[in-house]
Design a protein around this ligand. Structure first.
Ligand code: NAI
Ligand code: MG
Length: 396
């Protein structure tokens, strides 16, 4: 096996420890790689006024594959207050480096698989007929458009005159907001482009075909948000009819989907949505399979790909003398990376090892024990982050 170079982006807080433990698992599973560390996160914001330094961008440009832990983000003013004194009053404005990465490399396709591990005490259960308890097996993969829509950043409070005039040319604006003083208006836009919409839809259909899912569900709200959601659904119908006759196209509204996912999550396969609804529905499904400790993701562009757990840096747990957080979401994200670079056999080996540890149930992090995340959970039988990684390594 040729040696790969992976850009390791530990970031902040628990991102650092889950990445370190995951790299240990990758090594033991036989993945031949060299890791170059990329600077990203709060420390670099405070010290350099940039949480995503140019040298990190260059590393990713060169090596193409990033394995990312998590970063800490804070609101604009709080961020400015923590800047190194020499950088204050330079007009620096904080913005999230992971959003920055997605935008810079156009990582427009976000994939978030949610699969049940048998024996996970956090699995969703529901009541069946005659008060029986059922544990539906979830196997859903969410495709979230990652760069546009409500998170595209085109927004104003007290919008400039040109924007106001443009809005006022819409009869609905005059009807609903015409008498609101401009300084009382806050506006966040929801922009969808055909190109990105087609890319996320095709990625979803291709994945469904490759992984034997029988349906792709567009999860938006086309009956109300006619232009953007409407465009996505219309394009999905055309693409399905033209190129994916073997896969069913379903259509759900985001609100109803959040209800259906607790009633019959097992019927869904691939789900595709815009940026915000994709974010929402993927957290919803992640809750059914164990929550943040299990939720992994891939951000794919045409050239660069970055793999990360969906959780953040959980700052309050970062200072514990022994780390207690669950590294499985990070390990699963690394498995997605392995699939992406044609090392699927190693990914399968790691996933099987994780499955065995969960099934045996002897080693469980605090979240799997349903404990509050206090530093002393270790004394009450919860495994540490490192012990969980050790168990996965042993089961390899
Ligand atoms: P968070 O995901 O960091 O933590 C929320 C809670 O989830 C934690 O307090 C903990 O109870 C639990 N949790 C998270 N990861 C876990 C794990 N691996 N195992 C067990 N339990 C886990 O979200 P929060 O607290 O909203 O944000 C903290 C910081 O992280 C903020 O600065 C936020 O901006 C940032 N963030 C960064 C993300 C990224 O790097 N992609 C994503 C989400 C938040
Ligand atoms: Mg989220």
């Amino acid at each position: 096996m040729k040696q790969r170079t992976i850009v390791a982006l530990p970031g902040d807080g628990i991102g650092r420890v889950v990445l370190e433990e995951t790299i240990r698992v990758l090594d033991k599973a036989g993945f031949n790689a060299r890791y170059v560390e990329g600077d990203i996160g709060w420390e670099f914001w405070k010290r350099e006024g940039n949480p995503l330094p140019g040298r990190t961008i260059e590393l990713l440009e060169k090596h193409k594959i990033g394995l990312f832990g998590a970063i800490t983000s804070k609101p604009k003013d709080a961020a400015a207050a923590e800047l190194d004194p020499s950088l204050k009053d330079k007009g620096l404005v904080y913005s999230s480096p992971i959003v920055g990465l997605r935008q810079h490399f156009n990582l427009d396709v976000c994939i978030r698989p949610c699969r049940t591990y048998k024996g996970n005490p956090l699995n969703f259960i529901r009541r069946g007929p005659d008060n029986t308890i059922e544990e539906p097996e979830v196997n859903v993969t969410i495709f979230r458009q990652n760069t546009e829509g409500l998170y595209g950043g085109v927004e104003w409070s007290n919008p400039p005159e040109m924007v106001y005039k443009g809005l006022a040319s819409h009869p609905k604006f005059i009807q609903n907001f015409g008498d609101v003083p401009v300084e009382e208006l806050s506006i966040s836009t929801r922009i969808f482009t055909k190109k990105a919409t087609e890319r996320i839809l095709r990625a979803a259909f291709d994945y469904a075909r490759k992984h034997n899912y029988k349906s792709v569900t567009v999860c938006e709200k086309p009956n109300v948000i006619r232009e953007t959601s409407g465009m996505m659904y219309k394009m999905a119908q055309i693409i399905q009819a033209t190129d994916y006759g073997d896969i069913e196209l379903w259509n759900t509204n985001i609100d109803a989907q959040m209800m259906w996912l607790t009633k019959n999550p097992e019927i869904y396969g691939v789900i595709v949505a815009g940026n915000m609804f994709g974010d929402i529905v993927s957290d919803g499904f992640a809750g059914l399979i164990g929550g943040l400790g299990f939720a992994c993701s891939a951000n794919l562009g045409e050239e660069v790909a970055v793999f990360e757990p969906t959780h953040g840096s959980a700052p309050k747990y970062a200072g514990y003398p022994v780390s207690i957080v669950n590294p499985i979401a990070m390990m699963e994200s690394a498995c997605m990376m392995l699939d992406h670079i044609d090392e699927g056999e190693i990914a399968l080996r790691i996933r099987n090892a994780i499955a065995k540890v969960i099934m045996e149930g002897k080693v469980r992090t605090y979240d799997m024990m349903k404990m509050a995340g206090k530093a002393d959970v270790i004394n009450h039988g919860a495994a540490s982050t490192r012990q969980m990684a050790d168990a996965v390594i042993a089961s390899l």
